[in-house]
Design a protein around this ligand. Sequence first.
Ligand SMILES: Cc1cc2nc3c(=O)[nH]c(=O)nc-3n(C[C@H](O)[C@H](O)[C@H](O)COP(=O)(O)OP(=O)(O)OC[C@H]3O[C@@H](n4cnc5c(N)ncnc54)[C@H](O)[C@@H]3O)c2cc1C
Length: 281
Amino acid sequence: MFGFFELEVARTRRLSTGMQRVTFRAARPGGLAEFASGGRDQRFKLFLPRPEDDGPTDPPPVDAGELWYAAWRAQDPDRRSIMRTYTVREQRREPGEIDVDFALHHESGPATRWANGCLAGDRLIALGPTDSENGGVDFRPPPGTAEVLLAGDESALPAIAGILARLGAGTRVRGWIEVGHPDDIQELPTRADAEISWLIRGAGVRLTEAVSAAAPATGQAYAWIAGEAGEVRRLRRHLVGRANLDRRHVTFTGYWRRGTTEEELLEEAVLAAAGAAAGAE
Ligand SMILES: Cc1cc2nc3c(=O)[nH]c(=O)nc-3n(C[C@H](O)[C@H](O)[C@H](O)COP(=O)(O)OP(=O)(O)OC[C@H]3O[C@@H](n4cnc5c(N)ncnc54)[C@H](O)[C@@H]3O)c2cc1C
């Protein structure tokens, strides 16, 4: 259901102060034919080359099949490619292209630096879906949903945009999006009946406060929240605790954690899984 793809930067566009769009095409003719985004919050992995002064980068284990993650972890951490998770903002056919919107955050990790400096023709490897029905889409409102609540920061903005683009006419949606600068506010085309509130970081109200101050949902609500892990946790606690949403109707994902790189988050997840497995024995 997932496969490796060699991508090449077709062009870049600075959408705003804090957001860079990179449009990829296949590095070889027809090389994106099998890529099948499920839309919405479709996640995928990018394997970035290390900065040049770091020495050569070992390519990701494209032949390892389902064991790719173990094979990537087994590579020398000082030489393997840098793996990061991003959202397919949009996939187009003819010409085959994929847009990825990178939030240019101040801590500036390797993915942010790469996106900020990449040029047409630069290449990387991606691990992406080969079937539009795949486990990399988390936005799954249950039957009976009367209202959709969406909340996130700029790292979640591409996913929120993808979700809104897919929702049908008449779906009631309230969304809260926190961004760094007023010009990071985007048009978010949708057929849904959507009311989006934009919050500018540093200008007062934060995400959890804004959602807490909103009127309670009427009818069965489904919430999708993503962004900084601590903020996501607070927001989920509010929705499940005070706002009384059924916990099964809240999809929440920490897209990043303050002070922690994605490698460190992955290592923590591996250790936690190993601990849970040992506890179950
Ligand atoms: C399912 C999923 C989908 C995602 N989709 C997108 C997407 O479409 N666009 C997007 O921009 N991001 C997205 N992210 C978040 C992105 O993967 C992380 O922000 C990632 O850490 C960026 O890598 P980096 O190399 O720039 O920073 P890292 O090397 O991972 O981290 C370096 C430092 O930067 C800080 N940092 C990381 N991200 C941010 C941030 N957003 N704001 C402020 N500080 C940060 C870290 O806390 C750390 O201190 C997604 C994450 C997940 C899990």
